[in-house]
Design a binder for this molecule. Sequence first.
Ligand code: GTQ
Ligand code: FE2
Length: 376
Amino acid sequence: MTTNQTQNKQHQQMPTTVADAELTPELRELYRGFEKEQLVPLWTEIGDLMPAHPQSKATAHLWRWDRLIKLADDSGRLVPVGRGGERRAIALANPSLGGRPYATPTLWAAIQYLMPGENAPEHRHTQHAFRFVVEGEGVWTVVNGDSIRMSRGDFLPQGGWNWHAHHNAATRPMAWIDGLDIPFSYYTESQFFEFGRHALSPSEMVTPEFSRSERLWRYPGLRPVSQQQDSPSSPLLAYRWVDTDRALNEQLALEAEGHAVTVSPGHAAVRYSNPTNGRDVLPTIRCEMHRLKSGASTLPRREVGSAVFQVFDGQGTVRVGDKEWQVRRGDMFAVPSWQTLTARCDAGSASLDLFRFADTPIFEAIHAHRAQVDAG
Ligand code: GTQ
Ligand code: FE2
C-alpha cells in the first residue's frame, strides 16, 4: 500500500475493505492470474487513482535567481548553441518528478541564454511557448519572419507551430525565461517538431522598435477590420512592460479612489489576453502579472492545475502548502495542484510584482477546473 493510499484512507475514514482481506492461497492465485494476464483490479488502486481531491506528485519548490543566472552564465561560456541542441535552455526540474525537466506535471520553465552575436536556429513545434524577461535586453526573437525586441518586463507569447529563432544583436549576454507545455504534450503524446532554415535572411536580422504584430495589434479595442478570424493563440507577439505597469498602477489608483477593481485589497492583477477573442494568450497556458502593495497579501487560494511564478520586482513572503520562502527579484517557484498559495509584500518593499503562468486553460476546456479562496 502506498503512502497516498494510507493517507487517503485515514482522511476518508474508510471502513475495512476487500483490499485488506486476508491473503488466502486462492486469493494469491487470483492475483497471480491478474498479473499474468496484464490485469489490475480497481480495489487495490482506488485510493491512489481516485483521491478525494488532487494530491500532486509535484512539490512546492523555489529556485533562486542568483543560482539560475550564474549557471546560465557558465553555460554561455562552456556550451555552444546550434542545430541539434537547438537552445541553451536550462529547465527547472521539480524535485519530486523523477529528475525529469518538468517544473510541474504539465509545465516547462527554463532560463535561456544567448551570448553576443549568437543565433538560436529556426524551428517549430506544436508545443505552445512564451518568453518573459526579468532583466536585460538585446535579443530579438523572430517569429514567422517578424523580429520582436525583448526587454525587461516584456511578455512574448508564441503559439504552437510558428517558426521561431532568436538572435542576440547586442554586445552583452542576455537571459530570459521560457514557459512551454512540454510535459503536457509529452504525456499526451501529441508533439510534432520540424527544423527550419539554418540561418535567417538579412531582412530578418533586423532590430525594429516594434514588430509587425505589434504595429497591427497593439492598440487595445481597435481590431484591424481585415483580421476577423479568431486565432487560438494571440497574434500580438509582445506585451510591453510600460503597458502592464501602467495597467497595474491604475487598478491600485482606482482602488484608492474607492472603486472595487482589484482582486482583493492591495492586490492588482492583469491577465495577458488574446485580442481576437479575449481569452488566454495560449490554448494551454494562462499568463498573468500580479502586483501587491507594500504590506498587502493575497487571499489564500488553491486551484486545480499547477503554476510557476517568477518574482519580477520587490521582496516578499510566499507560502505554498506547508512551505514558506522569503523571495526577491528573479526567484522562481512551482505551485502544485490544489496547494494553497499566499503571497505577501514585505512592509519594507514598495510593491511585490509576480509574473505567473499556469495550465488552467486545459482544465477549463474540459470543465475540470475548481478554485477555492479563503476569504479569511
Ligand atoms: O526557445 O524555442 O526553453 O523550443 C524549450 C524549447 C525554449 C525555444 C525552451 C524551445 C525553446
Ligand atoms: Fe522552440
